[in-house]
Design a protein around this ligand. Structure first.
Ligand code: ASP
Length: 344
């Protein structure tokens, strides 16, 4: 019997040693090969049958655009920004053009970007008319002393930097908004139980994109952009612009982008939590799975998705939502692979 603890500690030591060897080998291999990778998502929201093909095409185009930046030696930061811009331009996704509407039918977009090399980050919230909120987030990161700026002033800043304007409202999004608002009024909209009671007091009141990448120099970056949650209250800011909640990157750990009910990602500080799992030695895939496990056990299994890359350039994708459109390209094969669920 006395031998059992000794045996256990031997096993622990062996597991520890195997882990170190595995990490060392991954590290050397990644360095030697200058492995680069981009993973994108088009949100954890339900994808209607008529939008499936478009969503798949959209995430593939975004991953390919970001990968081309990396292939030419560009930075992970440029790659995630370019990939997210492609999805902001695509009305299929709830970001940029095609963003979802607040309970009073307005546009309030959020976006963020983070550089894993320096831990510099920028984010914007409550943006109403800018075509590429992710680029505005980058301007906040590079041209201001702040991390998060919301509202009218930052739109003025966008003008000074000649960012394109647009009206992000689409017919498709208006149709969804009307359907959901009718459900909310009848008390049938499950994700906003308190808003259902609130609209009795205020009767006038009713899919995100992300990218993570590792470049040829081993730098990591993450970017996320969203119209937010359909029927959100005016002024509600979600997880996307909150660094660590919807978006995080650290060269010493990994990069992650989350989607789903923003309040869940805020309560779990989900993107940073997943990065810390990678910091402590988990691969990107194990880390995102553990993140979704937390959503199941601590947040009532509300629908979420998360993508990641670890510092060795391994991808991770996990979700408990019905679908998650995603795509990735790695320097191992240069082929775009994509799906509407993971594993496909
Ligand atoms: N996480 C976003 C938010 O709550 C929504 C989404 O991912 O679709 O603002």
């Amino acid at each position: 019997m006395a031998n059992i603890p000794k045996k256990l500690s031997q096993i622990n030591l062996l597991t520890f040693a195997v882990n170190i060897v595995f990490q060392l080998r991954s590290h050397l291999r990644a360095k030697r090969m200058k492995k680069f990778i981009i993973v994108v998502h088009g949100g954890a929201g339900r994808i209607r049958p008529e939008s499936r093909e478009k969503a798949l095409r959209g995430v593939k185009k975004a991953a390919k655009t970001g990968f081309d930046v990396l292939r030419k030696g560009g930075s992970a930061l440029d790659a995630v920004e370019e990939a997210v811009k492609i999805m902001e331009d695509d009305p299929t996704f709830n970001a940029g053009i095609g963003s979802t509407l607040t309970i009073d039918g307005k546009i309030e977009m959020d976006a963020s970007i983070m550089d894993g090399k320096t831990l510099n980050a920028g984010s914007v919230a409550m943006i109403t008319n800018i075509k590429h909120p992710v680029t505005l987030a980058r301007i906040v990161m590079e041209e201001t002393d702040h991390v998060l700026v919301a509202g009218k002033f930052v739109e003025k800043l966008a003008e000074k930097f000649n960012l394109e304007k647009c009206n992000p409202v689409t017919e498709h999004r208006l149709k969804i908004w009307k359907e959901y608002k009718a459900m909310l009024i009848k008390g049938e909209y499950q994700y906003l139980p308190k808003t259902t009671s609130l609209i009795k007091l205020l009767p006038e009141l009713a899919d995100t994109v992300g990218a993570v990448a590792r470049d040829q120099d081993g730098n990591l970056a993450a970017a996320t952009s969203t119209g937010g949650l359909t029927l959100k209250l005016p002024g509600r800011i979600g997880d996307t612009p909150l660094i660590g909640c919807g978006n995080y990157a650290d060269n010493e750990a990994g990069a992650a982008s989350a989607t789903g009910i923003g309040e869940v990602a805020i309560r779990l500080v989900l993107a940073k939590t997943v990065c810390d799992f990678m910091r402590n030695g988990l691969t990107a895939q194990k880390a995102v799975e553990k993140g979704i496990e937390l959503v199941k056990t601590r947040q009532n299994n509300l629908p979420m998705g998360i993508i990641a890359v670890d510092k060795y350039g391994n991808p991770g994708i996990s979700h408990n939502s019905e679908s998650l459109s995603w795509a990735m390209v790695t320097s191992d094969s240069s082929k775009v692979i994509a799906g509407l669920k993971y594993p496909p």
